[in-house]
Design a protein around this ligand. Sequence first.
Ligand code: NDP
Length: 404
Amino acid sequence: MKKVLIIGAGGVSGVVVAKCAKLPNVFSEIVLASRTESKCIAIAEQVKQNYGVTIETAQIDADNVPELVELINKVEPFMVINVALPYQDLTIMDACLETGVHYLDTANYEPKDEAKFEYSWQWAYQDRFKDAGLMALLGSGFDPGATSVFTAYAAKHYFDEIHFLDIIDVNGGDHGYPFATNFNPEINIREVTAECKHWEDGKFIKTPAMSLSQSFTCPDNVGTYNIYRMYHEELESLTKNFPSLIKAQFWMSFGESYLKHLEVLGNVGMIGIEPVEFNGQQIIPIQFLKKLLPDPSTLGPRTKGEICIGCLVKGIKDGKKKSVFVYTVKDHQDCYKEVQSQAISYSTGVPCMVGAKMMIEGHWMKPGVWNLEELDPDLFIKDMDKYGMPVRVIEQDGWGDLEI
Ligand code: NDP
């Protein structure tokens, strides 16, 4: 039983706090801190009403290490769960090192002034965390996170060697808005418009954003969707940790309306990250756009349909080719009924809580900085099932049937 400090009070945080509050035998006390304390209070009130659990709240600027150190020293948690933005990863890791507290996040570090995300900045903390006897678990959301564990699970139980990996993220849900993002709009748009990179024959190959798409039929009658190849951070760690991979790609579904709006917004300069002078004020276009768009945490009541996210792994077992699809299907409205959230925040929040639980219970406790596929997948998969994200596996002979 351990006390946790959760930083960030957006869509994902609402789910993480609810899921942790439901497990008082693991998360004995929860303190929720964020830039805007009123958002922490709103989450705390909802959790009190739903589960009768009291959560303390605090205001914090997580860009400021001395402020973070002061808060962590006051709260004295076992670990910090970072569900603020990727911009805050390094400052929170610094504060954890200074105060001797474990760390977990759901997305890798990005500098604010450069739309570039990679693990190098956080992997550079490996020795400092190891020497301090502290653990940092990186990317414990769905993708990265569950997809990292799904790949490790397939490699462990179904193959002698894995050769091809396609991570497929389909959101078959509809929120009824012409344009809205399912998680933080700034991070989402920076990710989707980034140059595509996929792994092939020992190196990353760059192609223009959204330049390759195809149709994918999800299992369990979720439907057929257009999926677009893009870069996603888990490709960097998975290709390092599974060097037998010959080709690794990430695919995400997008609707016509989303793509049309994104193209126009890009053409008129509304997704720029450089400041623009307007009426004597410096405005960053993408941050102004975020202000105009629906808040992802409010999409829950209106999003209908299912998500299907999984890893299609192809490799060799006992000298024969085989394919395995490890995946989860979740209904947006089921998530809303349970924790008043849409399925994207839900599917990030559940693996985030499970990752923290693995650390608190000691199953994954190991000093150093780790990606999820470096840890044993079995108990994590069991807990995903138990806490709302059932994991299914389709196993087939040969490489051709579940074609990507
Ligand atoms: P939101 O924008 O809804 O929430 C972010 C929260 O962080 C807000 O409460 C915000 O405060 C707070 N915050 C931002 N800057 C600071 C700061 N300097 N100090 C303190 N708090 C701050 O984002 P989401 O909930 O949608 O996403 C949260 C994280 O989850 C992101 O890192 C995102 O990339 C990641 N994610 C990971 C996924 C995965 O599968 N791995 C999928 C989806 C998201 P304020 O309210 O004042 O703006």
